[in-house]
Design a protein around this ligand. Structure first.
Ligand code: ARG
Length: 306
C-alpha cells in the first residue's frame, strides 16, 4: 500500500513537472525525476527539492525587500542554540540555527544577508515598523502577533519549560506550586513566556527582563525563584551552567518556531516558505541544529551574563 502511494505521488510529480516544463522552460528535469520516481517510499521528498531549486531564480527577481538586493533579518542573540554569540579565537561571532537558516534563505533567494542583532521586543518592533524583512528569533507564531507580521511555516519544533536552580527542585513539582505570591518569576519582555507566567503563576511577582541571558544570570544569583524559558534554550544554557534545573514542562498550544515576515509581502512569504521546505528536505536544517548545539556547548559569550 505504501509503495502504491509512493508511486502515485511520483507519477503526480512527473505530471506536474511536465506541466511546468511546457509552460516555461524545458529543463533536463524529466530525466532526474524519472530516476527518483523509480525509487520507493522516500522518493517524494527529494524530488520536491530538485523541483523547487530551479524555480527560485524567477521568484527572487520579483521580490521586494526593505533594501534592494538585501535580506534584512532581525534576531535576538540571547537564545542559544537558536542565536547567540559564539566565541572563536577570542572574537564573538553571531551563530545558531536561526542564523544558519537565515543564510540559507538569503542564498536561496539570491539576496545578500544582513543580520540585525537586537533585544527580542526590538525584533517585534523592527518588523512592526517595517525596518526589516524578517524576524528570526525562535518566534512562536502567536495569533496575537498576526496584526504586526506574517508567519512562515514552522521550521523547528520546541517546547516550554519552567526552570529553577539545583536545590529548589522540590519546591516546583507541579505548575500550581509556582503560583505563590512569595515567588519572583522571570520571563523575557515581549515573549509568549510572559503569557505563560501570567497563566500559570498569576499570583507570583512576574519579572520581565529584556534578555534571556539576564534571566539566567538572575536565577543563578538567587534573585529569581524560577523562570519560563523555551526548553531547547534552557537545556543549552544548562550545559554551561549546570546549576540550572529544568523542572517542569509547560503546556503551550502554539508549538514550534516560525519566521516572522514583514506584513503583506506575499511574494517574500511564499519564497521564504519554499526555502524552509528545501532546507528541511535536503537535510540542511538538521545540520544547522546539530552544529548550533555543538557550538553552544563550547565557549559562548559571557558578557551577556553580566
Ligand atoms: N518563542 C518565544 C516567543 O516567540 C520566545 C522567543 C525569544 N527569542 C529570543 N531570541 N530571545 O515569544
Amino acid at each position: 500500500m505504501k509503495k502504491l502511494i509512493a508511486l502515485l505521488l511520483a507519477a503526480m510529480m512527473v505530471l506536474s513537472l511536465a506541466a511546468c516544463g511546457s509552460k516555461t522552460e524545458s529543463t533536463g528535469n524529466t530525466e532526474s525525476t524519472s530516476a527518483e520516481a523509480s525509487e520507493p517510499a522516500e522518493a517524494a521528498t527529494p524530488a520536491e527539492s530538485t523541483e523547487s531549486t530551479p524555480a527560485a531564480e524567477p521568484e527572487a527577481a520579483k521580490l521586494t525587500t526593505v533594501t534592494e538586493g538585501k535580506l534584512t533579518v532581525a534576531t535576538s542573540p540571547d537564545f542559544a542554540p537558536y542565536e547567540f554569540y559564539a566565541v572563536e579565537d577570542g572574537t564573538p561571532r553571531l551563530a545558531g540555527f536561526d542564523v544558519a537558516l537565515a543564510g540559507y534563505i538569503a542564498d536561496y533567494l539570491g539576496l545578500e544577508l544582513e543580520m540585525v542583532p537586537i533585544d527580542f521586543d526590538g525584533v517585534l518592533m523592527e518588523l512592526q515598523t517595517r525596518n526589516v524583512d524578517l524576524g528570526m528569533a525562535g518566534l512562536s507564531p502567536d495569533p496575537k502577533r498576526e496584526g504586526i507580521m506574517d508567519f512562515s511555516d514552522i521550521y523547528y519544533q520546541g517546547g516550554q519549560s519552567f526552570v529553577t536552580v539545583k536545590g529548589n527542585e522540590d519546591k516546583f513539582t507541579t505548575l500550581e506550586q509556582t503560583n505563590d505570591p512569595a515567588y519572583q518569576i522571570g520571563a523575557q519582555t515581549g515573549s509568549i513566556q510572559v503569557d505563560l507566567a501570567q497563566t500559570n503563576s498569576p499570583d507570583a511577582e512576574i519579572i520581565q527582563l529584556a534578555k534571556v541571558t539576564d534571566i539566567i544570570a538572575e536565577l543563578l544569583a538567587g534573585k529569581l525563584d524560577g523562570a519560563y524559558i523555551e526548553t531547547a534554550v534552557a537545556e543549552s544554557y544548562a550545559v554551561n551552567y549546570p546549576e540550572l534545573a529544568i523542572v517542569l514542562d509547560v503546556p503551550y498550544d502554539v508549538s514550534g518556531s516560525a519566521v516572522g515576515v514583514i506584513k503583506g509581502n506575499a511574494e517574500l512569504l511564499a519564497a521564504v516558505n519554499e526555502a524552509i521546505a528545501a532546507a528541511i528536505a535536503d537535510g540542511s536544517m538538521d545540520n544547522f541544529v546539530a552544529e548550533a548545539n555543538e557550538l553552544a556547548s563550547g565557549e559562548i559569550i559571557e558578557g551577556l551574563l553580566n
